[in-house]
Design a protein around this ligand. Structure first.
Ligand SMILES: [Zn+2]
Length: 141
């Protein structure tokens, strides 16, 4: 019987170089890791990894926390778009990302967001709480 260890680190040298470039572009504050590199039109940090442009916060999550489940978004607990601190990142279905925006009052800028009642929001907050501590726990490991 083998002990199952999930690989927590990306192995290839190419990725190690990418991580080095990634870390060189971070300005660490007391709470957030502010991305000082390039940004896309939405204000999210981006970096080139193996000739592909990748969102910096997704790269951070995959590098320091773990794989992003398919169909999930990487969200911020700190509401700072260009923050790449892995302990501020959590993954959830796109729906929960929407909730995150609703909670923070940004839904007005999202024309497709349905109008939610207080009850529906509470139910979604419960879902959010299930997702969020998990991401935090893994980020701190
Ligand atoms: Zn942050």
């Amino acid at each position: 019987m083998e002990h199952q260890d999930k690989p927590s680190k990306v192995k290839t040298d190419k990725n190690t170089k990418s991580i080095g470039r990634f870390l060189a572009k971070i300005h660490k504050t007391e709470t957030c890791w502010i991305w000082t590199g390039a940004k896309n039109q939405y204000g999210y940090g981006v970096l080139t990894v193996q000739y592909k442009l990748r969102p910096a916060h997704r790269f951070s999550y995959e590098t320091f926390v773990g794989p992003i489940p398919e169909g999930h978004d990487v969200c911020h607990t700190c509401d700072v778009r260009n923050c790449v601190n892995p302990s501020h990142l959590w993954t959830g279905p796109a729906r929960e990302n929407l909730l995150d925006m609703c909670r923070k009052g940004r839904h007005r800028s999202m024309p497709n967001a349905p109008h939610r009642t207080g009850e529906a929001i509470s139910a979604l907050v419960a879902e959010y709480m299930r997702c969020h501590p998990l991401a935090k726990k893994r980020g701190a490991a």
